[in-house]
Write a protein that binds this ligand. Sequence first.
Ligand code: ZN
Ligand code: ZN
Length: 247
Amino acid sequence: MKLTIIGYWGGYPAPGGATSSYMVEKDGFTLLMDAGSGSLSKLQNTKPVMDLDAVILSHYHNDHVADIGVLQYAWLVQSYVKDRQEILPIYGHQEDQDGFKSLTHKNTEGVAYDPDATLEVGPFSITFLKTAHPVPCYGMRITDGETSIVYTADTAFKEAWYDFAKDADLLITDCNFYEDQDGSSAGHMTSKEGATIADKANVKELILSHLPQYGDIQTLVKEAEQYFTGNIQLAKDGLTWEKSRNF
Ligand SMILES: [Zn+2]
Ligand SMILES: [Zn+2]
């Protein structure tokens, strides 16, 4: 099970960058988690767009779904070019009907997930946690039976993450704010809050993501290190992660 960071900026992409989007692969199956602004361009640095097997969305804010429309056009064009007529499933919740309906297009189909159930997608089992955010949003725990990755998507701090992320191999946190800021009303976390979850949940590694476009983002790592002693990385373009054999 391999994770590749496609986009990681919060809110809008920095020049040449992309907002939230993460690719998870196992045994030739490719799942894209969120499809933020700039992600379709970045994704194609890694693989052809029709190599995607499924997409899953945490919520319908633009910095997580901005490239769904162009992804649909890409599948339409490539279907003609390659004379392939597969349908790409795009999983989303149904608490935003306009958002959900927009997932279905000529070569893509919106598929509702039940946040209270385990979703099976290819080799992956996915469970959900409703986050603390201004619109309905779901964090995800994705496992292939051997490795577990937890993605908080967009969330303010809540203690429910401690159990949800328990013993995960990797935690990817919303780190839209520096330690001395308060992200709670915006529905985001600070470096300290994400690292505290990593510590309390006993995860093995932490990636800080959904990053701010201001300040020195390396500071976020130094702040997080005060609260979590495991390996901490800043999200960056093309960063890949696989479970360390040391554990
Ligand atoms: Zn959001
Ligand atoms: Zn966001």
